[in-house]
Every structure is written in structure tokens, then in C-alpha cells.
Design a protein around this ligand. Structure first.
Ligand code: ADP
Ligand code: ZN
Length: 788
């Protein structure tokens, strides 16, 4: 019997292996197997069995990792479909679908049987001490020596063999706690205060839940147990589903229409696009349809962008549904993620809330999949497997005959197109629950505006509004999508910017650190002594970043309190939440940040928001930059005047006030923007009006990358007319060099993606045909989102 095995190797396989008779009746599809591969072993995934193989000289499987596969047959179908769609190997998807902590640990032991006649004394002594050791280590140590050859001989003659012991770290007993007495008035903003606040009325909770609130809770637990506040429980987790109907809010008439439509669709597949401005009550609709689905005995999957997956967001679900919830996000510790994952696999939870990769959670019997903020680009994974969880949600919904709800204030052009063409049902919430409209976005034309002295990027008009807002005791949020102090340093004599030594981009100046940072590869360096091009020694700062804005505003508003939120100030997961809590508590007057703060958070005291330089994102060479800009501007203005019944104001500074994304955001005209954008894309043959696949090639040697890309281009060009695709390139990537590698792109546009994928998968594995060196990397991206 032959096992067909997929390995996590791009473009290669599946591979055939012999099944040893003693393993034959233990092999179940989806099981992980240890197989020999070249000089080593690898863990692979069993795709299926066959009677015969076309390949001669097959090697046998070495061992079974687990007889009980991690995935159900239905899930294996879904994952294999995903691999086919994204033109990658099933094992690449399987491994993206499981938590890293479930990777097996492999132990090898040399097992010597009856030794042959005629061995020397020295050889016998060597073998005696080699018994039981890891043969890989032995081989490495004795490389090329006669004693090393001896073990090789033993393995081929059969008097030596390697035994494998495979360990999969599985769920340890999950620690679990109960309040004996909640601590009275814990110190403000202490870890304990956060715990009491975040856990709300829960009587019992798990370590995993605690870790969601505070990092490293060990010392806190110890103290609380000592002081008699907390009791450790040893009982196994019970995760009751406990639907708190009394906590549900009476729906507004608009919400009720949505809820009725969803309820009517229950029990079969249906895709719904819920378009509703921020604060219009979309989440309340998700919660209520989720309750109906759960009561009908089915399970619920909720996807949120990583950054929106806050304790507050999770609490909205635990409050309504009790403990039958698992949370998956990429910043959890490996072990904790594995625990949550196994809870799902064992069928102990009914609701899964997670970021992108939760689309692969082993949840059975799905009745509802929600993708909140469906337009968010974090649903697309950039590296292989380059899947898009939003798009996969529809396939998963079809497989399970489940409802799929995509929600957004500013739906992606793709999803709105599907709603227009009738593929999705469109549901709309047009009003905020509070009745206040989001403020109208006001535009300042930087070509004409007077500026504040010494702060060249700040118009006097915006400055005056900031003063007035501050004097009224309200908060202001200022956005700029670039961290650091200055965009670059440039030579005063020859104007050349200081480039990253490893990338062809300018490095960003970080004043606080006194360093230049490359935002692409992470390279850091100090202020340069001389210009590499002309030898001069004077440099000027160009362009601005969030760090600079904070410094300037501190000078303009010496009495005010500031906080900056970007990837420099927020390095750990908890620190973003702490920063947001400070804003919510009214402890800061100005919040300065990147797009990290654009979405989700529900700030109550904000009177003014401003985008300081709207052109930054609009100038990126990407066909979606206009869409992304529009979404950002709409989201930003939604941040002002959310609470207190007072109106807020939203401002945007730009050199290009006539840009369609800006005009549409000003007029709050989603339909207008969509119509413009859809027509442009239809005319230019861009998605969703054609399907794109990108092929990226990179090599450490610039000439090799170019030659390989051109050779591939030559081969593929010949198929254009017969397979009905159009090829753009090969051409150097917009950022040609990143981290010492040179990138080339080929972009394909087609209406027959299957034929194209087949062609690519046939041509790419044979590198000799296009003379690409083994140092080169190739990757395919189906429905790409990143063009740099
Ligand atoms: P969205 O998800 O569209 O941003 P939410 O569901 O978060 O909107 O609702 C915004 C605010 O309005 C929340 O504070 C929520 O509790 C409240 N809300 C939502 N629906 C109702 C309702 N039917 N009655 C009263 N308040 C509601
Ligand atoms: Zn770099």
C-alpha cells in the first residue's frame, strides 16, 4: 500500500511512501506521519492511500505522529480546497491552521540488534556507547570517520535501526480560579484593578482568561491566593453556554429589519453584507443572530481584525453567552493558543472569536460566521499560504450551510460589487443609535493654507480649531500614517537621502532613540558622519512622523497631556489597551497616532479628529490606495463626537483636495465613491472585474533575480492567448531591494484562474527550465493585496 503525503514545501509534492504492514490499518486521512526526506526526516500529512505508485524505489513511512487526526474529514476538505484555491500545498495550509505548540517533538534512538561477526574491539566499544543515542548527532560527530560509516552500514544491513518517539505537547490541566472575595478597592490602574474590571461579574475563570487581561499573572495569583481572595480549582473546565436573553437590547427598527432577514435565512447558506456606519449597532445585530443560531444548536464563528480583538470586545460576547467561548489571536502565547484550539477541537465551546487564522479553527456544526470590518486588510495573509479569511468565510459557510455576515461601515469594493450583483444580500443601518450624525469632514488645502510658524505642516486654521477644542476641555486625535520623527535625512549638498544599506528605501529618523530605522527590514544606524555620495557632512530632516508631531504640539500646548500610539510606543499587546483606557478615562488631551487608532475604539470625549497629511497613503502605487484612503477618512471622522450628545469636528489636510477619495469622504457618499471606483476598475481590468495572481521572485544577487524573472516571463508569455490571461511584467518590484534581496514581479490578470494556476504549478517546480538558482525564492499570491 502507498501513502500519499503532503509536505510543507512550496511547489513540491505530494510524495509517495510505502506503508509498512504493521501500520496499514492505523492510517487515517489527515494523520501526521514521520517520513524520510533526503538525508533527514520530515513531518507530513496523509492525503490518502493508493494501491500503486508510478515512482520506483519508494521509502517506507517511519512512524505515525498521531493516529487521531487533528482535523475532521469535513475540515480536511475545506483546507485542501483552500490550498488548491491559493495554489499552494495542502501541508502549507494545514500547518498554518494549527497552533505552533502542536508541532511534534521528534526523538530518535539508535537501536542495535545482533551485531555481525568480525567487528574490531574498538568498533564494538563505539557501538556499545552509541546504543540509545540520537543517530543524527552521532553522524554529525563522526562525519567522514570510519566509525560513523559503521552505523550507516548497520542501518543498511539491518542490524541497526532507528526508533522514533514522537511527543505532541497536548493540553495540560488548565488552571482555573474562583473568587472567594473580590479585592476591595485595588490600587487604581494596578493589575488587580484591571482584572476586577475586565472579568466583571464572573465568579470563576480560567488562567487563559486571566492572561487575556494582564500579562504574566503569576505573582498576582500568588498574592491573591495568600490573601484569601482567590481559590485555585482543580476541576476540569466546564464551559456552559448560558445565553443571557435579558442582556439583549431592544432593537431599533433598522436593526430589527436586519435581524429578521438573517433569522429567515438561518439553516442554509446565505451571504449578507451588513453596511452600517460606526455606532449604528452592527455588533448588537451579530450578538442577537448569534443567540438565535446557538439556540438552534449550532456554533458561531466571529472574525475581527487583530487590532479590534480587545478584552472589551470579547467581554461583549462572554456577557451574553457565558463561558462557552474560545479566543484565538496571533499574539497569545503559543501554549495558551494551543489550549484554546484544543478546547474547540474537543467540542467544548460553541463560540469562537478570533483574528484571521481563526477561520481554520476546528469548530464543527457551524451555523453563523461573522466577519466584522470585512474591508480590513489584515484578513489577508501576506506570506504563503496567502489566504484571505474574509473570502474563505464564504466557502466555509457554503460547506456548513451557514449564514455568513460581512459587516462594515465602508465595505470593500469587492463585497459591495457582490451585493450589487445579487450574490450577497445587502442589509443597511443608516443611523447611529445615538441619533447624532458623524461630523462632516472639513478639508484644508495645504497648497494655499497659512501655516503655524515653525510647524510647517500645521495650517493656522487647524491650529485655531485645536486651541478652541482644547479650551473647551475636549480631546483631540491627530492621525499620521508614519511613525518616527522625520521621513528621512537628506544631504544638504547633493540632496540624496540616506538609504538603508539593505533596502532601496530611505531610512526614517527617530529622534528619541537618536537613530535611523528602516521600516522595511528593521536595520538601525546612527546619524551619518558624511554623505556617501558627495562626502558632505550636513544633513537636513525631511517629512514628518508621529514623533515630530508630538514634540511640536507639546511646545504649542505646554499645559496639555499627550499620548502617542504607534508601533514605537505600543510594543506589547497590553500596552495598546492601557493607552486606550487612558484616553477613555479622560487622562489625556491629545492622542497622536497612526492607523492603529483609526478603528473600533469607542472614545467618548473626543471633540476633534484630524488627518494631518491625507496624501501619504493615497500616493502608494497600489490600485486599492484610493479605496483604503476613503475607508480611513470615513473611519477617522466616525471617531469624533461619539458621546455626550455634542457634535464633533473632523479635519483633513491635503495637497489634493479634489481627490475622489477625499471628495467622497467629505460628502459621506459611499455609493458615489463605489460607482467611481468600480467604473475605473472595470475599465482598467482590475479586481473584482478580473482575477489577479502575482508571482514574486527574489534573489540575493540582482542579476540572477532579473534573469530568472525574464526567463520565466518568456516561458509563460507563450500561453497568454491559449489560456486567456494577460501578463504584466516581469518588472522590478516598486521597492526593488528589501533586506538584501532583489524582488521582481509578474502580474497575471485573467477570467480563467484555474487554467492559469495549473500552468504555473506545472512550470514553477522545474527551476532548471528557467535557470533560477536554488538561492532564489518564488511565491505565488492569488488575489494579492500587497504590491511593494
Ligand atoms: P457598531 O458595531 O455598528 O459600531 P455597536 O453595536 O457597537 O455598533 O453599537 C454602538 C453603541 O450603541 C453601543 O454602545 C451599543 O451598546 C449601543 N446599541 C446598539 N444597539 C442598541 C439598541 N438597540 N438600543 C440601545 N443601544 C444600542
Ligand atoms: Zn532596510
Amino acid at each position: 500500500m502507498i501513502a500519499i503525503v503532503s509536505l510543507n514545501l512550496p511547489f513540491l509534492g505530494p510524495f509517495d511512501y510505502l506503508v509498512p504492514p504493521e501500520l496499514a490499518d492505523q492510517l487515517v486521512r489527515g494523520a501526521r506521519l514521520l517520513v524520510p526526506f533526503g538525508p533527514t526526516e520530515r513531518v507530513g500529512w496523509l492525503l490518502g492511500l493508493a494501491e500503486e505508485s508510478a515512482v520506483k524505489g519508494l521509502k517506507p513511512i517511519l512512524a505515525i505522529v498521531e493516529a487521531d487526526p487533528l482535523f475532521s474529514p469535513e475540515q480536511l476538505d475545506f483546507l485542501e480546497w483552500t490550498a488548491e484555491y491559493y495554489a499552494c500545498k495542502p501541508a502549507e495550509v494545514f500547518e498554518a491552521a494549527i497552533p505552533a505548540a502542536l508541532k511534534p517533538k521528534i526523538k530518535r534512538q539508535l537501536n542495535l540488534k545482533e551485531l555481525p561477526e568480525g567487528l574490531q574491539e574498538e568498533e564494538r566499544a563505539y557501538l556499545a556507547q552509541a546504543q540509545g543515542s540520537d543517530p543524527q548527532n552521532l553522524k554529525r560527530k563522526a562525519k567522514g570517520q570510519p566509525l560513523g560509516e559503521l552505523i550507516k552500514r548497520g542501518l543498511s544491513e539491518g542490524w541497526a535501526q532507528v526508533d522514533y518517539r514522537i511527543e505532541v505537547p497536548l493540553e495540560a490541566g488548565t488552571p482555573w480560579f474562583k473568587w472567594l472575595q473580590r479585592p476591595e478597592s485595588p490600587a487604581k490602574r494596578s493589575k488587580m484593578a484591571q482584572v476586577v474590571e475586565a472579568l466583571g461579574e464572573l465568579e470563576e475563570f480560567s488562567l487563559a482568561q486571566l492572561e487575556r487581561v494582564v500579562a504574566k499573572p503569576a505573582s498576582l495569583i500568588k498574592k491573591a491566593v495568600q490573601e484569601g481572595n482567590l481559590q485555585r480549582l482543580i476541576k476540569p473546565l466546564e464551559l456552559p453556554l448560558n445565553i443571557q436573553r435579558n442582556k439583549f437590547l431592544p432593537l431599533s427598527p433598522e436593526q430589527q429589519i436586519c435581524q429578521d432577514a438573517l433569522k429567515e435565512g438561518m439553516g442554509t447558506f446565505g451571504a449578507f453584507l451588513l453596511k452600517g456606519v460606526t455606532g449604528s449597532g452592527k455588533t448588537e445585530v451579530y450578538l442577537q443572530i448569534a443567540a438565535d443560531v446557538l439556540e438552534a444548536g449550532k456554533n458561531v464563528l466571529i472574525l475581527l481584525p487583530e487590532i479590534s480583538l480587545t478584552p472589551q470586545a470579547i467581554r461583549r460576547f462572554t456577557e451574553r453567552f457565558g463561558q462557552s467561548i474560545a479566543v484565538l489571536h496571533s499574539q497569545m502565547a503559543d501554549g495558551q493558543r494551543a489550549q484554546e484550539w484544543l478546547k474547540i477541537k474537543k467540542g467544548r465551546v460553541s463560540v469562537v472569536i478570533g483574528a484571521r487564522s481563526a477561520i481554520f479553527a476546528p469548530l464543527k456544526n457551524l451555523g453563523l460566521i461573522v466577519v466584522d470590518e470585512e474591508h480590513d486588510h489584515s484578513y489577508k495573509q501576506q506570506e504563503s499560504p496567502a489566504y484571505n479569511a474574509r473570502d474563505l468565510a464564504l466557502k466555509l459557510g457554503q460547506d456548513h450551510q451557514a449564514l455568513v455576515v460581512l459587516g462594515s461601515a465602508t465595505p470593500s469594493v469587492e463585497s459591495y460589487h457582490n451585493a450589487q450583483s445579487g450574490k450577497y444580500h445587502l442589509l443597511e443601518l443608516t443611523k447611529r443609535i445615538t441619533g447624532t450624525d458623524p461630523p462632516k469632514l472639513q478639508v484644508i488645502d495645504l497648497k494655499e493654507a497659512r501655516r503655524v510658524k515653525g510647524v510647517f505642516y500645521l495650517s493656522s486654521q487647524l491650529y485655531e480649531r485645536l486651541v478652541e477644542n482644547h479650551e473647551a476641555g475636549r480631546q483631540a486625535i491627530l492621525f499620521l500614517n508614519r511613525r518616527g520623527y522625520a521621513a528621512c535625512l537628506s544631504c544638504k549638498a547633493c540632496e540624496a537621502p540616506v538609504l538603508c544599506p539593505r533596502c532601496d528605501v530611505a531610512m526614517t529618523w527617530h529622534q528619541g532613540k537618536g537613530q535611523l530605522h528602516c521600516h522595511h527590514c528593521g536595520e538601525r544606524s546612527f546619524y551619518p558622519k558624511i554623505c556617501k555620495l558627495c562626502g558632505e557632512t550636513k544633513f537636513g530632516l525631511e517629512g514628518i512622523g508621529t514623533e515630530r508631531i508630538e514634540r511640536d504640539l507639546r511646545i504649542l500646548f505646554p499645559q496639555a497631556r499627550f499620548i502617542r500610539i504607534d508601533r514605537d510606543t505600543v510594543t506589547k499587546r497590553g500596552s495598546l489597551e492601557a493607552a486606550i483606557a487612558q484616553v477613555e478615562a479622560g487622562e489625556v488631551d491629545f492622542l497622536i497616532g497612526t492607523q492603529m487608532i483609526a478603528k473600533g475604539h469607542d472614545f467618548q470625549h473626543v471633540g476633534l479628529v484630524a488627518v494631518l497629511f491625507a496624501d501619504l497613503g493615497l500616493n502608494i502605487p497600489d490600485f486599492r490606495s484610493s479605496e483604503r484612503g476613503f475607508q480611513l477618512f470615513a473611519q477617522v471622522s466616525g471617531r469624533a463626537g461619539r458621546g455626550e450628545g455634542k457634535l464633533g469636528e473632523a479635519w483633513l489636510q491635503t495637497y489634493n483636495p479634489q481627490h475622489e477619495a477625499i471628495l467622497a469622504a467629505v460628502n459621506q457618499d459611499y455609493e458615489g465613491f463605489y460607482a467611481f471606483e468600480a467604473e475605473r476598475r472595470a475599465t482598467l481590468g482590475m479586481p473584482p472585474f478580473s482575477r489577479w495572481i502575482q508571482l514574486r521572485i527574489s534573489d540575493a544577487n540582482a542579476a540572477k533575480a532579473a534573469e530568472g524573472a525574464q526567463a520565466l516571463g518568456e516561458i509563460l508569455r507563450d500561453y497568454q492567448s491559449s489560456l486567456g490571461f494577460e501578463m504584466m511584467g516581469p518588472e522590478p518590484a516598486p521597492i526593488t531591494k528589501i533586506a538584501d534581496r532583489y524582488y521582481w514581479h509578474l502580474l497575471f490578470s485573467t477570467s480563467r484562474p484555474k487554467a492559469l494556476k495549473q500552468l504555473l504549478l506545472r512550470v514553477l517546480p522545474d527551476r532548471t527550465s528557467y535557470d533560477l538558482k536554488s538561492s532564489a525564492r518564488i511565491s505565488l499570491d492569488v488575489d494579492p493585496y500587497l504590491f511593494l
